[in-house]
Design a protein around this ligand. Structure first.
Ligand code: ADP
Ligand code: MG
Length: 567
């Protein structure tokens, strides 16, 4: 291995030279205290900054074993340290008058969710941080002295500040980990209690704004309080007893006047598939991990999905047993989204009237009179939502203020009144008796077993010159095709999008004959066994900007690939 002095010498040699000379820095350097890995050197000052890793042995780092003894605590510790590293980066960045990204020090950015990430890796042997540095330049000339300052002074200080346990407040680390573990335990206990979600009393659900995921200021937000009928308690390992709303399995209708907080509650539940940082307001909001938001998504492509439970006899005989379209309608896209979610094993669906196709959701008695069933391809969701539960064990949480037809289908009815939930299930029962529904049920047909679609490997191959890249949170570029993820509302982090792109790359290389779900399970198993680093093209020099996506979003991305052909 090279020594720290070798790096110093190289920096002196290339000072003032053209930027390309920086390529010589690639390699591993022993800094005595830690090892510096220069994995990838940027090609010019404006290119994405250079990829760096630093490994510090545990004999110096000193993180007690119990902080990463299980997967949840390990993820939470790595999240904590990534955030701490990010804060320090701001003060250690050395961005003066240099060109492009000169002097930048940055690590993956964390949002309100605590996700498994590749940015930091804590093991019994060492702590490793993966981040990036904008190598300093003026114009296209190397600023070797500034680079030397960054590597010889700033970096060791940064390492000593963030990667050493003694530099942190133990209580703060502990509460970060405990909070995350409590959420995990809470989620794990839902099913044995017959619940699909839980919202703790006192939770703050509304966000600061449409573009900020931070909690709404305490002086404006109405804290959550469960209606007494649905209140239940949990004993958590760290926080102890907590109480709140337990959402039972089955069909739950969230109703109430416009602007009374229905969608806000649903969005918090959707995000309850993830753990949140302390102070987020949603630390006590959890939902089954497989819960999937279902919405209309007109314009998406669909490949060979059996949407017969919802759509039959389309004009011109379009096949709905293996429905394909380059430009699905609101209702057919929503139907495909449900079937695809079931294919991934989702046991819980979230729907909001705000983002649903009206003709998919309801068909009232007058319309049944006017347009005979024989001329309506759609079996509205209201006629299948019970069957989803009784036949397949899949629960639904549905926000709907505009149609009483769902009262007959709901097991639980929650009304929001000025952001306060009320249990109106009994009252809804009375209304059903007083005003019986005059519509006839058009469903009843049992949902078919959701089979495993297999896709044609040739439709998923990359050309030799094609690349897979991501653009922000919502787009993956697969060769020349853009995969649009904008409607995946539970995709929360750009690093998840990058992981999905790496998974697509992985799958496009080693396609076997298997169903979509099995293929994705195969990759998930590898991630489970060996961590996120299996996604990096070169596991010896792993990427630091990956975060774990759910199976639901991985499959959803593949399903939105426009060239996909099913066998
Ligand atoms: P609905 O879906 O019932 O029409 P929304 O959930 O969209 O209503 O909420 C309407 C507005 O009220 C939003 O601006 C939201 O931020 C705010 N809001 C929601 N819940 C709360 C709350 N608990 N406290 C304060 N404001 C809230
Ligand atoms: Mg709404």
């Amino acid at each position: 291995m090279l020594q720290k002095q070798d790096l110093q010498r190289r920096l002196e040699q290339i000072d003032g030279k053209g930027f390309k000379a920086y390529q010589d820095l690639r390699g591993d350097y022993d800094f005595l205290d830690f090892v510096l890995h220069v994995d990838k050197v940027q090609s010019d000052p404006f290119a994405p900054p250079s990829r760096i890793r630093v490994s510090l042995g545990q004999e110096r780092a000193g993180f007690p074993l119990e902080l990463f003894a299980n997967r949840v605590r390990k993820t939470a510790l790595e999240d904590y340290l990534t955030r701490s590293f990010a804060r320090q980066c701001r003060s250690w960045s050395d961005q003066g008058s240099g060109t492009g990204n000169s002097g930048l020090v940055a690590i993956d950015r964390c949002g309100q969710e605590i996700l498994e990430r590749s940015s930091l890796e804590v093991s019994a042997d060492e702590v490793q941080a993966r981040f990036c540095i904008g190598l300093p330049a003026r114009g296209r000339r190397i600023e070797g002295r500034q680079a030397a300052r960054m590597f010889e002074t700033s970096l060791p200080a940064l390492v000593a500040r963030v990667l050493v346990y003694a530099e942190h407040r133990p209580q703060e680390i502990k509460s970060h980990l405990d909070c995350c573990e409590d959420q995990h335990v809470l989620r794990e206990q839902l099913q044995q209690r017959g619940l699909v979600a839980f919202v703790a009393n006192g939770a703050v659900l509304p966000r600061q704004s449409g573009v900020s995921d931070a909690p709404m200021d305490a002086d404006r937000a109405v804290p959550f309080a469960s209606p007494p009928e649905l209140e239940c308690g949990f004993d958590l390992p760290h926080q102890g007893r907590i109480r709140g709303l337990g959402l039972p399995e089955g069909v739950t209708l969230i109703t109430g006047g416009g602007y009374h907080g229905k969608s806000t509650l649903l969005r918090a539940l959707e995000r309850g598939v993830y753990n949140h940082v302390p102070g987020d307001g949603r630390e006590g909001v959890v939902a089954l991990n497989s819960g999937m938001k279902i919405r209309a998504e007109d314009g998406r492509s669909v490949s060979g999905v059996d949407i017969r439970p919802f759509i039959n006899d389309l004009p011109f005989g379009a096949d709905t047993a293996a429905f394909s379209s380059d430009n699905a309608s609101g209702s057919t896209s929503q139907a495909a989204n449900i079937i695809e979610a079931l294919e991934t094993g989702s046991e819980l669906l979230f729907l909001d009237e705000d983002t649903s196709a009206t003709n998919f959701m309801i068909r009232d008695s007058r319309m049944q009179q006017l347009v005979a069933k024989a001329h309506e391809p759609i079996t509205p969701f209201v006629d299948q939502v019970r069957e989803l539960y009784t036949g397949l064990g899949v629960s639904t949480v549905l926000v709907l203020g505009g149609s009483g037809d769902y009262l007959d289908a709901a097991d639980t009815v929650i009304m929001l009144k000025e952001y306060r939930p009320l249990d109106v299930t009994d009252r809804a029962g009375q209304v059903i008796k007083q005003i019986p529904s005059t519509r006839s049920n058009e469903g009843g047909a049992a949902l078919p077993r959701i089979g495993g679609r297999r896709f044609d490997p040739d439709s998923f191959r990359l050309g030799s010159r094609d690349k897979i890249r991501t653009k922000g949170l919502q787009t993956i570029l697969f060769g020349r095709e853009a995969i649009d993820l904008a409607c995946l509302e539970q995709l929360t982090d750009q690093s998840q999008t990058r992981s999905i792109a790496e998974i697509l790359r992985h799958l496009s290389r080693r396609l076997q004959q298997a169903s979509l779900s099995e293929l994705v399970d195969g990759v998930l198993k590898q991630m489970e066994d060996k961590g996120l680093d299996v996604l990096s093209p070169n596991p010896e020099r792993p990427f630091g900007d990956l975060a774990r996506p759910r199976k639901q979003e991985i499959c959803a991305a593949i399903n939105r690939f426009r060239n996909l052909r099913m066998l």
